[in-house]
Structure formats: structure tokens, C-alpha cells
Design a protein around this ligand. Structure first.
Ligand code: FPP
Length: 236
């Protein structure tokens, strides 16, 4: 597959990786096996996005709502995340990919915070792609937290506009997602990038996340390329 030089620019892709559990169930495997397979997919898709020249990739790795899962599944997810970061550190460095975290990740277990901090620092110079991992993320909470911060810093109402407001979000100065992709046939945003999604295009596929791959990504990119983004205008 060549680079998508003939396609309109897709700067920021955000993905809701869904369906690990159902993928496992279908095969008589444990949910953990599904998450393991999903982690391998995440590795492949990071590489493919970098190869395609996408500047920002955001993966919804753990939502605030995911705490309600059984404790052993939550712990398993954190173990997988830790292994993912340990295994991918050198590959991220090689590919000049910077790791960044969205969400209230300070509430994650100490060992996870340590590895997150370490890999973020190690890859801080990556200038080819930013990989955002949304961890303990809630879009609404991100907005409320921004408001809290703005009020506590005494920002005056006349100085507050959209661009000032967005600088208080965990995506900071990053461009909004152009495309939000969700796997597993669910058609929901699930509290993901609520502010940032205002003008995003959406792509849904029936594929479970562990079955998603570079060729499925290609389909999504081609679909996106055929969208007419009018941003409220009437187009050409
Ligand atoms: C959805 O499957 C996936 C998650 C809860 C997020 C976890 C994602 C991974 C383990 C992929 C790996 C990513 C990284 C960066 C380590 P689900 O359990 O909701 O599936 P179900 O809806 O079929 O039960």
C-alpha cells in the first residue's frame, strides 16, 4: 500500500477500540485474550498511521466508566497497558512518535503512572506523530475540569473565547479530530472528545477491534476522503 498522497489531509484520527470481549467470546476465549489481541491490533494501527503520515492518533484505552468492570479485568487492562508501553518504547523512538496522555491519568495506579511518565519523557522529542492515549478519560469531566481551572485562575469573561477554552483541555493546542472511528458495530461517542468532536466525521465498522487491521484502516481513510466537509457552509 502506498502513501495516501492523493487524499485530503487527515491530520487527527481518533479511535474507539471496541469489541475485544465479543471477539473473545465468539472464539470461546477469555475476555483477557480479547484485550491481548486488541493490544496487538493497537500496535499495528499505530505503525500504519505513522506510515500514512497521520500527525495525531488518539486511542481510547481506558474510559472513566471502565472502572465499573470487575476488578480483575481492570487490573488486567492496566498490566496490558504497562506491557504495551514497555514493549513499544523503542519502536516509538525509532518512528519519532511522541506519547501523550489525555484524561485524569494521575488517578491510575502508581506503577502505570511511572511507566506512562517515563515513556512520555523518553519520546518527548518525537516530531513525526503524536500518539494520544486516553486514560481514565471522560469528555464531560475534561470540560468541567477546564472550567474549574479557568475560574480558579480568575480568567475574566471577556478574555474567554473558544481558543482560550480549548487550551485548558488535555488536548491543548492539538487540532481537533478529523475522523472518529469506532469498531464493533456500536454507534455511540461514549463521552469521547466531547468538545473536540464538534466537526468530526464519523466512521463505524462492524469489525471487532482485534479483527481491525491496516486494510480496514485503508477503507476508513478512503471513505473519509469521499466526505464533503462543509463546516456549516454550503460547500463548493
Ligand atoms: C473494548 O473492548 C476495549 C477496551 C475496554 C479498551 C481496552 C483496549 C485495549 C486493551 C486495546 C489495547 C490498547 C492499548 C493502547 C494497550 P470491550 O471489552 O468493551 O469489548 P466488548 O464490548 O465486546 O465487551
Amino acid at each position: 500500500m502506498g502513501e495516501n498522497t492523493d487524499l485530503p489531509p487527515l491530520t487527527h484520527l481518533a479511535i474507539i477500540m471496541d469489541g475485544n470481549g465479543r471477539w473473545a467470546k465468539q472464539r470461546g476465549l477469555s475476555r483477557g485474550e480479547g484485550h491481548k489481541a486488541g493490544t496487538e491490533t493497537a500496535k499495528e494501527i499505530v505503525k500504519e498511521c505513522r506510515r500514512q503520515g497521520i500527525s495525531y492518533l488518539t486511542l481510547y484505552a481506558f474510559s472513566r466508566e471502565n472502572w465499573s468492570r470487575p476488578k480483575n479485568e481492570v487490573n488486567f487492562l492496566f498490566d496490558l497497558l504497562t506491557q504495551f508501553l514497555q514493549q513499544e518504547e523503542s519502536s516509538l523512538l525509532e518512528q519519532s512518535i511522541k506519547l501523550n496522555v489525555l484524561g485524569d491519568w494521575q488517578k491510575l495506579p502508581f506503577s502505570v503512572r511511572q511507566v506512562v511518565k517515563y515513556v512520555c519523557n523518553r519520546t518527548a522529542g518525537g516530531d513525526q506523530m503524536t500518539l494520544n492515549l486516553a486514560l481514565n478519560y471522560s469528555g464531560r469531566e475534561e470540560i468541567v475540569k477546564a472550567c474549574r481551572e479557568i475560574v480558579s485562575q480568575g480568567v475574566s469573561p471577556e478574555d474567554l473565547d473558544e481558543s482560550v477554552f480549548r487550551s485548558y483541555l488535555t488536548t491543548g493546542e492539538q487540532p481537533d479530530p478529523d475522523l472518529i472511528l469506532r469498531t464493533s458495530g456500536e454507534y455511540r461517542l461514549s463521552n469521547y472528545l466531547v468538545f473536540q468532536a464538534a466537526y468530526a466525521e464519523f466512521y463505524f465498522t462492524q469489525k471487532y477491534w482485534p479483527d481491525f487491521d491496516a486494510s480496514e484502516l485503508q477503507k476508513a481513510l478512503e471513505d473519509f476522503a469521499n466526505r464533503q466537509r462543509r463546516y456549516g457552509g454550503i460547500g463548493e
